[in-house]
Write a protein that binds this ligand. Structure first.
Ligand SMILES: [Zn+2]
Length: 366
């Protein structure tokens, strides 16, 4: 008899359900991880609504915290029973994309033939959990290329303390890193959802000294000030671009981080910048973007626009967990709710409708 586990699967647009699936077999480069805590991401809501297509029957979720249950024969230096996380993005670090410095864009395993053979690139394809392979909202998950992707949790850190590392913290910090922040910078962060809040915190750690957080939700703006924002702007009550220009004496911000994915926030981020400033874009856009000619100085403004997908890999995860262990940042404030895996459909409903001040939900199989 095949051993089975509970898993939350995408059925059709509007339906993610809990079902039984076989516990996967472990290949030589894999690790089977027993999930102790996972969570629901905004991206999972796009999947639920059918806005981001995944295969029916796929297990969703991409934020694993757990314990190594079984190691593949080629994976060394870990022990079964060890507590680990893995990044939401699990590239093959032997790929051309990884060696070119963009491991999140590794699609090597998708392309068995062709000019690059099985070594090639594909945009966003480093994101495998709950996108291309079964994900983490289950009792077990199979971590591919485990030697590169399993990151041991430092002693003393709880599941909740490291739950943001696989995706939210890695993505938010990448937004701050891509903004090329220097000591004393002024940075505007558009949207203060979990990723925008982590971008705000990252900007603070990198040495920005005027951090302007923008959102329409007073509760989230309050949390942004706890995590490092100096000034919070409610877009319902002010003209954000005018206010940034006033606060900077007409100079403009050194950088702007876009953490939502809409035309309005992208355009406002561009309009807030000084000439030579950097727009760091994290949002997931669902339609074409328009770049206004005047805000772009007709292409002559020395602006930089950077995009990113969440960085993964064990070294990235080690650094992020170090930030937590060194008490430079406490992201426990983002875990607002706890649910059992058995109740995940209700958790999706709460999260999708953003009820009850929800930021992140810790989901536990037991
Ligand atoms: Zn995510």
């Amino acid at each position: 008899m095949v051993a089975t586990m509970k898993a939350a699967v995408f059925v059709e647009p509007g339906r993610i359900e809990l079902t039984d699936k076989p516990i996967p077999d472990v290949g030589p480069n894999d690790a089977l991880v027993r999930i102790t805590t996972t969570t629901i991401c905004g991206t999972d809501i796009h999947i639920l609504k059918g806005e981001y297509p995944v295969a029916p029957g796929l297990t969703v979720g991409h934020e694993p915290v757990g314990v190594i249950e079984k190691l593949g024969s080629a994976v060394t230096g870990y022990q079964e029973g060890q507590r680990v996380i893995a990044g939401a993005i699990c590239p093959n670090f032997g790929s051309y994309a990884a060696q070119d410095g963009v491991p999140s864009q590794d699609g090597s395993y998708l392309i068995p033939s062709g000019r690059c053979g099985c070594h090639g690139y594909k945009a966003t394809a480093g994101w495998r959990f709950g996108n291309l392979i079964d994900g983490t909202q289950a009792e077990y998950v199979l971590v591919p290329d485990a030697q590169a992707n399993l990151a041991p949790i430092p002693d003393g850190l709880t599941d909740e303390q490291v739950l943001m590392c696989p995706d939210i913290m890695s993505t938010g910090f990448k937004g701050a890193e891509n903004a090329h922040i220097r000591l004393g910078d002024t940075v505007v962060v558009f949207a203060q959802g979990p990723i925008g809040l982590c971008a705000t915190a990252g900007a603070r750690l990198l040495g920005a000294t005027t951090i302007i957080a923008v959102d329409g939700n007073a509760h989230r703006l309050g949390i942004s000030r706890r995590l490092g924002a100096d000034i919070s702007l409610d877009f319902n009550t002010c003209d954000v671009v005018d206010e940034v220009m006033r606060l900077t004496g007409g100079r403009g911000a050194d950088s702007a981080i876009e953490a939502l994915g809409t035309q309005t926030t992208f355009e406002q981020a561009l309009r807030c910048l000084k000439p030579g400033g950097t727009l760091s874009s994290l949002g997931v856009y669902s339609q074409d973007l328009r770049i206004p000619l005047d805000a772009f100085a007709a292409g002559l403004g020395d602006h930089r626009i950077n995009t990113a997908l969440c960085p993964g890999g064990k070294e990235r995860m080690r650094r992020l967990m170090n930030v937590i262990a060194a008490e430079r940042l406490d992201l426990g404030v983002l875990v607002t709710h706890h649910y059992k895996l058995d109740d995940i459909v209700a958790a999706y409903d709460l999260f999708a409708h953003q009820r009850d001040g929800v930021l992140k939900i810790a989901i536990k199989p037991v």
